[in-house]
Ligand binder design. Structure first.
Ligand code: HEM
Length: 531
C-alpha cells in the first residue's frame, strides 16, 4: 500500500499494478477497471456472468477495463451495490470514463440535435431555449428516469410523486403547447414566461420524454392528457374548463382520449359507441380499444354517434363528450408489446352518464373536434419518436466503439460503418424536417396549420416511423444477441426494436398518413398547370 489520500469525498487507497497482481486467486481476488481497484473476492460467486470469467488468467489481478466495457454498461459500476466493491485506485493512473453530470449534453457525435453541440448554429433556438433544455434534461434525469425504469419493468402507472413534481414545473401544461392554459403559470421554475413559450420549448420537453428509452412509460407519462385535454380546452364550456382543466393540470385527476374501437381504428367515422339523450344527460353505450392511460383515467374524452340507425358515413350525429369515471365504465388492461405502465385499456361504457353540458363542440361537429387534435398529436409523436431514434444512434456509436470483435472495434468493419451512416443520415434528415415544421407551427394559426401543413405532418410522421423501424433493425443487427435481450448492454435496443411499431400506428397509421399527405398535395394541384 503506497499512500492514503482524500479523493472526491471518501478516503481512498492507492495500489501499484504489481500489488494488485498478487490478489489473483479464489478468496483473494482484485481487478482493475479504469484505474480503480475492485475487491471481488466475495462478489465472485454472486457475479451474474459467473465466477470463472473473473478468475481467468487475463482478468484476475489484472487491468480488465477493455473486457469489462465489452460486456457491461457503465451504469453497472455506478450502482451502490457494485460501487462499494471499489477499495482504491491505481497509483499514477487517472480514471478516464466518467458519467455525465446531470443535465450535461452527450459528447457523442449525433447523440444530440446539432443545435446542442458547441460551435453549431441554428436559426430556431435562442439562449432561453438552451437554458430551458438544460433544466428539463436535469429534471428528467433526476426525477423522471428512475421512475421510468422502475415502472417500465413492473408495469405500474407513473408514481403520483413524479406527477406532482411534473405539475410543479407545469410540464403537463406545456406539453399541450403554447396557449391560454399557460397564463399565470410558472414554467420550469420561471426560466421562461408563458408569453415566451413556443413550440420549440414543447419540442424540447418531448425530446426528453422520448430519450428515456422506456417506450411504455413514454405513453404512461400522461400522454392521455396531451391528447385528451385539448378538446376540453378548445371546445368545452367555460364552466367545464374551470372545473376540469385545473384538476388535470395539477395532477389530481387523469384524462384520456377514447376514439379508437375494435370496430374502427383509422376509420374514425365508423365507430359504434352511441350517445342517447335522456333529459339533461347523455347515456353512453359502447366500447373503446387501445385507450392510452385508460386504466387510471378519471375522465374520458369520448367520440360517439348520437344518430343510431343512420348510415355509418353520415356525420350529423357525431359528437365528443367528456365522461367522468363511474360504475357504468369499466377499464381492462390490454397486454401489448410494451409495458402496461402506459395504461393501455379496453373501455366499456354500459349506460354511462354525462351531463349534456359536457358536450365538446356541437352535435354533428364531432369529427372536426377529433381532427383538430390530430396534427398536434402527430407532431408530438414525431418528436418523441425521433428522439428515441437518436438515442439508438448514440447507443450504436458507443457499442461499435467499445465492443471488440476479431481483434478490432466493431466499427473497423465497413459493413458496420455503412449501417451507422444510414442511421445518422436518417435521424439528421428527420430532425431538420421536424424543426422546419415546428417553425411553421410557431408562425401559423391553428387554422392555417390545418390547411397548409396537416399533410406535411402526415408525411413527416410516416418518414420518422418508417426510418425508426429501419434503425431498429440496423441496431439489432449491430448488437446481435444483446439487441434481443431486455437487460444489460442492449436493453435500449431491445425496447426500441420491440416498441418502435407503436409510433407507426398510434395517432394514425403510417400508410394512412402517407396517403393523407399525398391527397392533400393533390387537392392543391393547380388546375391550369400541365407538363
Ligand atoms: C466490479 C466488477 C464487475 C461487476 C460489478 C460485474 C457485474 C456484472 C453484472 C451486473 C452483470 C449482469 C449484466 C449486466 O447488468 O450488465 C455481469 C455480467 C457479466 N459479466 Fe461482469 N462484472 C464485473 C466484472 C467482470 C469482468 C472483469 C468480466 C470479464 C472479463 C465480467 C464478465 C461478465 C460476463 C461474461 C457477463 C455476462 C454478460 C452477458 O450476459 O452479456 N464481469 N457482470
Amino acid at each position: 500500500m503506497l499512500e492514503t489520500h482524500k479523493s472526491t469525498s471518501a478516503v481512498k487507497t492507492t495500489f501499484t499494478v504489481e500489488e494488485v497482481a498478487q490478489h489473483n486467486k479464489p478468496g483473494d481476488l482484485w481487478i482493475i477497471i479504469d484505474a480503480k481497484v475492485y475487491d471481488v473476492s466475495k462478489f465472485v460467486n454472486l457475479h451474474p456472468g459467473g465466477a470463472g470469467v473473473l478468475l481467468a488468467k487475463n482478468v484476475a489481478g489484472k487491468d480488465a477495463t477493455e473486457a469489462f466495457f465489452g460486456l457491461h454498461r457503465h451504469e453497472v459500476l455506478l450502482k451502490p451495490q457494485y460501487a462499494r466493491l471499489q477499495i482504491g485506485t491505481v497509483h499514477g493512473q487517472e480514471e478516464i470514463i466518467k458519467p455525465l453530470a446531470p443535465g450535461q449534453p452527450s459528447p457523442v457525435p449525433y447523440a444530440e440535435p446539432a443545435w446542442l453541440n458547441p460551435g453549431f448554429h441554428s436559426p430556431y433556438y435562442n439562449d432561453k431555449h438552451r437554458d430551458f433544455q438544460r433544466a428539463v434534461r436535469k429534471f428528467f434525469e433526476e426525477v423522471v428516469y428512475p421512475d421510468a425504469v422502475r415502472h417500465e419493468e413492473d408495469g405500474k402507472r407513473i408514481s403520483q410523486e413524479v406527477v406532482d413534481k411534473l405539475c410543479e414545473m407545469n410540464i403537463p401544461a406545456m406539453r399541450i403547447g403554447p396557449g391560454k392554459h399557460l397564463k399565470g403559470r410558472t414554467l420550469m421554475g420561471g426560466i421562461i414566461t408563458p408569453e415566451e413559450f413556443d413550440h420549440f420549448h414543447e419540442l424540447i420537453i418531448n425530446f426528453e420524454v422520448g430519450r428515456l428509452g422506456t417506450r411504455g412509460y413514454v405513453d404512461g407519462l400522461l400522454a392521455g392528457e396531451v391528447i385528451g385535454l385539448p378538446p376540453v380546452l378548445n371546445f368545452g364550456s367555460p364552466e367545464l374548463q374551470a372545473k376540469v382543466v385545473p384538476e388535470v393540470l395539477s395532477g389530481k385527476k387523469f384524462i384520456c382520449l377514447a376514439i379508437s374501437e375494435a370496430f374502427a381504428g383509422s376509420d374514425v367515422g365508423g365507430l359504434q359507441t352511441y350517445a342517447e339523450r335522456d333529459g339533461d344527460e347523455w347515456v353512453i353505450t359502447g366500447t373503446k380499444k387501445w385507450i392510452t392511460n385508460g386504466t387510471f383515467a378519471d375522465y374520458f374524452t369520448v367520440a360517439c354517434r348520437s344518430d343510431h340507425g343512420t348510415p355509418p358515413d353520415t356525420q350529423n350525429g357525431y359528437v365528443v363528450i367528456l365522461v367522468p369515471r363511474q360504475d357504468a365504465i369499466s377499464t381492462k388492461s390490454i397486454k401489448t408489446a410494451y409495458s402496461s405502465t402506459a395504461g393501455t385499456s379496453y373501455v366499456t361504457f354500459d349506460g354511462a352518464r354525462a351531463p349534456v353540458a359536457n358536450t365538446l363542440g356541437k352535435v354533428g361537429n364531432g369529427m372536426q373536434v377529433v381532427l383538430s387534435n390530430f396534427n398536434h398529436e402527430r407532431w408530438m409523436i414525431v418528436c418523441t419518436s425521433l428522439s428515441a431514434q437518436r438515442r439508438i444512434v448514440e447507443e450504436c456509436l458507443k457499442w461499435t466503439t467499445q465492443r471488440v470483435a476479431f481483434g478490432k472495434p466493431l466499427h473497423a468493419q465497413p459493413v458496420v460503418r455503412a449501417r451507422l451512416a444510414n442511421m445518422i443520415a436518417r435521424v439528421e434528415a428527420g430532425q431538420n424536417w421536424l424543426e422546419f415544421v415546428t417553425y411553421q407551427m410557431n408562425n401559423m394559426s391553428y387554422q392555417e396549420q390545418s390547411d397548409k401543413i396537416a399533410g406535411t405532418i402526415g408525411l413527416l410522421k410516416q418518414y420518422i416511423t418508417r426510418t425508426g423501424r429501419e434503425t431498429a433493425e440496423d441496431a439489432t443487427l449491430l448488437f446481435g444477441g444483446r439487441g434481443i435481450t431486455a437487460s444489460g448492454m442492449g436493453k435500449l435496443i431491445e425496447n426500441y426494436h420491440r416498441t418502435s411499431p407503436y409510433d407507426a400506428i398510434l395517432g394514425g397509421s403510417e400508410d394512412v398518413l402517407g396517403d393523407l399527405g399525398v391527397r392533400q398535395a393533390i387537392k392543391k394541384m393547380p388546375k391550369d398547370i400541365r407538363l
